[in-house]
Design a protein around this ligand. Structure first.
Ligand SMILES: [Zn+2]
Length: 145
């Protein structure tokens, strides 16, 4: 566990299951119980059918890099030692579809990133929960999946 000055989730009730899942080392997303569409980030209505009926489903915590940006300068104290670092959109397949999840990409120089790289979620345990980052899947892990 680390204590960090990084910003924390805003605490919206609609997001609580996602952050509770992360704290337990699980990646969970919303799925509409009316039409089956999956979505992330959490929202109160389905973007496909506007239904408020939702369930939370667990996703395999692996995905592929869709795109990213590199942060070179920051004014946030919790990130002051990190630049340059990458924040990416990671495509994650879930029963019912695909979601793109935003998160920091760790353990890899931004110059090494490529579209389509295999990533897995890394749950960074902090004093009051966990943050979701992404790390490269090693060659040995890729063969197992
Ligand atoms: Zn729906």
């Amino acid at each position: 566990m680390t204590t960090t000055e990084r910003p924390r989730p805003a605490g919206y009730d609609d997001h609580r299951p996602f952050w509770d899942g992360a704290a337990a080392g699980r990646l969970v997303v919303q799925r509409c119980t009316q039409c089956g569409a999956v979505r992330w980030p959490p929202r109160i209505l389905c973007g496909a059918c506007l239904s408020p009926e939702v369930e939370w489903v667990e996703a395999t915590p692996t995905g592929s890099l869709f795109t990213w940006t590199v942060i070179h300068h920051t004014t946030l104290a919790g990130f002051k030692d990190d630049p340059p670092y990458a924040v990416g959109l990671v495509e994650v397949t879930v029963a019912g579809g695909l979601v793109r999840m935003l998160g920091g990409i760790r353990g890899c120089a931004p110059s090494e990133l490529q579209v389509g790289m295999a990533l897995r979620a890394q749950f960074e345990v902090v004093d009051d929960g966990a943050l979701v980052n992404w790390v490269l899947v090693g060659d040995d892990e890729r063969q197992e999946t």
